[in-house]
Design a protein around this ligand. Structure first.
Ligand SMILES: [Zn+2]
Length: 229
């Protein structure tokens, strides 16, 4: 990365080294997770992309109304991937933006919902504390003043495991509702990225089986060619 090369060159000039190290605060390395700019976890320019008006998204696999914070491309894509890979210093920025998005969406929606439900994530992600969709659901629940309930699971696929298995399981619609407690009649489902909408459709179908209507899918980012903007 050119920026990092430039940094290393600067630091190799000896007397500058101490000052540069101090300036960069290398104890807690701080560079924008979107564009790599030094200074903060998310620079102003990359952060601005998270505060656009909520956008309706047309996806092929579901008739569910789907709304996205932003488009899944460029710096936003790098930011989301960094978050999912464990850059916890960007979580606050993303969750704050999603909360504001949910608040704006509430004004656009006709009927209130009673619960926020995260799309299912793999067990490994849950255990490792990188259940980012769960964090999103909690934030959105706070904004909408309703509980967040982690009740969706992918069915076990029998062989193998890991991300590929999860993707297959999500894509084939093998999603079920767990837990015995009764759910409110209207829900929103949240997810990180939407592409075809297959996962959201599978979530909606599973919840419909329990008498829960999904009012909308709210996602952080939509693959751009599917956005209606
Ligand atoms: Zn940036």
């Amino acid at each position: 990365m050119p920026l990092q090369t430039a940094m290393l060159e600067l630091m190799s000039t000896g007397w500058l080294r101490a000052g540069v190290l101090e300036a960069l605060d290398l104890v807690t390395p701080c560079f924008c997770a979107g564009c790599g700019r030094l200074g903060e976890a998310l620079c102003e320019r990359c952060g601005a992309a998270l505060y656009e008006p909520p956008r309706p998204v047309r996806v092929s696999a579901t008739d569910l109304p789907v709304w996205a914070v932003t488009a899944y491309e460029g710096e936003v894509r790098r930011l989301i991937l960094a978050w999912k890979r464990g850059r916890v210093d960007v979580a606050g920025h993303i969750l704050a933006a999603f909360s504001q998005f949910a608040d704006r969406w509430r004004l656009l929606s006709d009927e209130p919902v009673g619960v926020v439900i995260p799309a299912p994530s793999g067990l490994r992600r849950r255990i490792s504390g990188r259940f980012v969709v769960g964090q999103v659901a909690t934030s959105v629940g706070e904004v909408l003043e309703v509980p967040a309930r982690d009740v969706l699971r992918t069915r076990s696929v029998g062989h193998g495991g890991g991300r590929g298995a999860l993707a297959r399981s999500r894509n084939s619609g093998e999603i079920r509702v767990v837990g015995r407690a009764e759910l409110p009649a209207r829900a929103v489902v949240v997810d990180d990225v939407v592409t075809t909408g297959v996962t959201l459709e599978a979530c909606a179908r599973a919840l419909a089986g329990q008498g829960v209507e999904v009012a909308a899918g709210l996602v952080l980012a939509a693959t751009p060619r599917r956005s209606v903007v």
